[in-house]
Design a protein around this ligand. Sequence first.
Ligand code: IPM
Ligand code: MG
Length: 361
Amino acid sequence: MNYSIAVIPGDGIGPEIIGEAKKILEKVGSVFGHEFLYTEVLMGGVSIDAHGVPLTEEALETAKNSDSVLLGAVGGDVGNSRWYDVAPHLRPEAGLLAIRKGLNLFANIRPAYLYKELSEACPLKKEIIGDGFDMVIMRELTGGLYFGDRFTREIDGVRTAVDTLTYNENEIRRIAIKAFDIAMKRRKQVISVDKANVLDSSRLWRNVVEEVAKDYPEVTLTHMLVDNCAMQLVMNPGQFDVILTENMFGDILSDEASMITGSIGMLSSASMNESKFGMYEPSHGSAPDIAGKNIANPIATILSAAMMLRYSFDLDQEADAVEGAVEKVLSEGWRTGDIMSKGCRQVSTTEMGDLIAGKIL
Ligand code: IPM
Ligand code: MG
């Protein structure tokens, strides 16, 4: 089969890690007989440099017309005045928000899984890690504070900034359905995270999630307040299967969940719309401080490409091959600098890509 992929290398380490993910896709293509056709799209700082905006209409159209999107990372050092001394809607990250909205990617799936090989890198105590953990954060991605009205102005002579947090029941229902669907394929537990003791949007969230739960009698639903969830993640991470939450809470909790896996360099993510279309990207950022040094960890992006094979193209066997290759390379002791521990062998970005490609047979 042929699959068209819009590839967005973006900024910082983006081009390096995307290069390794493409290397893996090429290997998958030759072993399993597929052809991946790439169209490169500019987004973020590189698009600002070329076109003056972080995402052009044409770039969005190219992404829309492909079978899926593979993204490295966007954004740079906030000290970079060329990208950051401009209105917020012209900064690199605005391109990311625009493509999420433009492609209607409302469901952000962020798995956080502790590889037993990396348990040394986990900052939690052994008794807390227990048998490890394997959770998925289902983050709402096109609503809430990120997309509400906002302004900064002087009110009665006082500088005042306003951000608004809005959710309607349809937005809540469709993300809840995604969370319950994924729970059905896992351990059948959804923990819905909100701040219902304070926020109206959270109280509506809770009600709608309960309505959706009625259609999934096999799934256990629990509600948890977001502050408690932040604490539970470092106290008893093994209790989580699927975390369902709104945009801002999901942003914060997914960084926390990724850190307890040992390295943010390991975590993939998928952002999906109503259909099988998705944008796949590592959960980490563009790491401008290490860009161009061939030391970044490409595994999160490679695992994101595996998610693309599974969720957008229904190529489960191919996705298993990539994930299995990553585990083999880790169990042989190969590490990039961020996940390095005693007794392991340190390799560069490109060497890590070569090693993983070599295990796809
Ligand atoms: C993420 C990032 C983005 C977000 C930023 C870069 C706008 O932190 O994908 O988690 O907040 O969604
Ligand atoms: Mg984030």
